[in-house]
Design a protein around this ligand. Structure first.
Ligand code: FAD
Length: 478
């Protein structure tokens, strides 16, 4: 068997990022992927009809543009092309114009009625310091900050429950709803501490970088990472599920792009009992019900600003979103769930035949749910886009079990690699200064179950690889 310096198990964005950082340091690296296709959460397939390309998981990528690692890689040389719609996200409301987060503060403020000044006061300092803040936020929770004042300014507000921050900062429905929709990406009930953090980060990234989609689907992110990795001599094997670390060729370091549950399964012999017990305490959040549509025409939104963005947050007011998210968090199915919707084909004509379109959406449901949420999701979209149902040519859906079947990391349909409640934002997956390094010699975790957590940014892989370079190879990353 060929000998590698390092083996990465799993080819999600974090696995591929870890592999690149190791290969860039001159190491020989093998990636083993269970699926027939690479990419994990960054894959695209014709899920409905021939010629309609759908993102299987991730669709919109603010954190990819913010990622210090991705920014350092020549991904455009390997075919990755970002498309940045003029509006990052729109948030339709009943009988009123939609709120919208545009790149410009002024354009955003114009949709927020009398909250424009409050919005600017909250976000302008964060946007101004984004270049300092992004690397801090995308790092370990416990670290010596290079920019303590910028980080403290963010952190004081980030610790708030999102609902409370929205009510305190804003007076009217549009700004409150817009912030609730952003914070709901945490997949945590909005009355929980630190749910404001993800809302603040996503809004700031929206102003600083936009919310882009990759031309040709999120698969292009994985393809570009893999192509660059291969130029560094890296090897990728697909259709190669790893059931036990004993089955791997010899290597000095093994990096697991897996959540704690799979790490326990495949590395039970290598990891010490105390650490295995800590991993077993790691908890998973609500799941999602995912739906993709082939559409005869663009979604007929009532509010025109919804056609200027690839991302629409469908769920109405702050109060409604709070109830829907609380439902999923506490094990109930919402009758009016908050729906995250993407319409990539409005900006990328490679996604559908000429004149036709695609739609992508999901809502949060209790972990492990098998319920079909098609009707409630489509009713929510129809509410703000009358006639939507008539545009549907075909649909494909996945419940939590089907999502997990397609990628073992989606435990119970949890798309974030584990719950994002405050304790687990700080101890991910365990409380440690270097949470990527396990107590077993040469074994590291590099998935979204480590800091900085879910989303496509590759920074979990980056930090894990740096730890491996330091502790196993006595090398420094570029
Ligand atoms: C429906 C959905 C929508 C999403 N939307 C967005 C979005 O719009 N924007 C965004 O930024 N993020 C989004 N995400 C989240 C994002 O996809 C993940 O946070 C990200 O992919 C995590 O990367 P990862 O490398 O840690 O894990 P993954 O991408 O999950 O990759 C893990 C890989 O490991 C493989 N694997 C698992 N077990 C084994 C094994 N035993 N042996 C070998 N291989 C194994 C899996 O097959 C998979 O390829 C979404 C996720 C889902 C599911």
């Amino acid at each position: 068997m060929p000998q590698y310096d390092a083996i990465v198990v799993g080819s999600g964005p974090n696995g591929l990022s870890a592999a690149i950082v190791l290969a860039r340091a001159g190491l020989s690296v093998l990636v083993r992927e269970a699926n027939e296709t690479i990419g994990g959460g960054t894959r695209s397939l014709e899920l409905t009809l021939p010629g309609y390309l759908h993102d299987v998981c991730s669709a919109v990528h603010p954190m990819a543009l913010a990622s210090p690692l991705f920014r350092s890689l020549p991904l455009s040389d390997h075919g990755l092309q970002w498309i940045n719609p003029p509006v990052a996200v729109a948030h339709p409301l009943d009988n009123a114009p939609a709120a919208a987060l545009a790149r410009s503060m002024e354009e955003t403020g114009a949709t927020l009625r009398n909250d424009a000044a409050a919005y600017r006061a909250l976000f302008s300092p964060l946007v101004r310091h984004w270049d300092q803040l992004a690397p801090e936020i995308l790092s370990a929770p416990l670290h010596l900050p290079a920019h303590p004042f910028s980080l403290a300014g963010f952190g004081l507000r980030a610790l708030w429950p999102a609902g409370a921050l929205a009510r305190t900062a804003f007076r009217a429905a549009p700004a409150r709803a817009l912030f609730a929709g952003l914070a709901a990406h945490s997949i945590v009930a909005l009355d929980q501490p630190a749910t404001a953090a993800i809302g603040l980060v996503l809004a700031t990234a929206g102003h600083a970088c936009g919310w882009p989609v990759p031309r040709g689907g999120s698969q292009q992110i994985a393809n570009a990472l893999a192509a660059y990795f291969r130029t560094l001599g890296g090897v990728i094997e697909t259709g190669a599920r790893v059931d036990s670390l004993d089955s791997l060729p010899p290597a000095k370091a093994i990096l697991l792009d897996l959540t704690p549950r799979q790490a326990i399964q495949i590395a039970a012999k290598q990891l010490p009992a105390g650490y295995l017990r800590s991993l077993a305490r790691f908890s998973y959040g609500p799941g999602v019900f995912k739906i993709d549509w082939a559409l005869s025409e663009p979604i007929p939104w009532t509010s025109p600003v919804c056609r200027r963005t690839a991302t629409v947050h469908v769920g109405g007011t702050l109060e409604e979103i709070e109830i829907g998210e609380k439902d999923a968090w506490t094990g109930r199915h919402s009758e009016r769930p908050f729906v995250l919707l993407a319409q990539q084909s409005l900006f990328d004509d490679s996604r559908a035949p000429a004149g036709r379109h695609t739609g992508w959406a999901y809502c949060h449901v209790p972990n492990g749910s098998l319920r079909d949420m098609t009707a409630v999701i489509e009713a929510q979209v129809e509410r703000f886009a009358p006639g939507f149902r008539d545009t549907i040519l075909a649909r494909a859906t996945k419940n939590c079990a089907q999502l997990e079947q397609s990628n073992a990391n989606l435990v119970g349909g949890d798309i974030g690699g584990g719950s994002n409640h405050l304790a687990q934002l700080l101890a991910r997956p365990v409380a440690a200064l270097d949470p990527w390094r396990t107590p077993a010699k040469g074994i590291y975790l590099c998935s979204a179950s480590t800091p900085p957590g879910g989303g496509v940014h590759g920074m979990c892989g980056y930090h894990a690889a740096r730890s491996a370079l330091k502790h196993t190879f006595n090398l420094k990353a570029e």
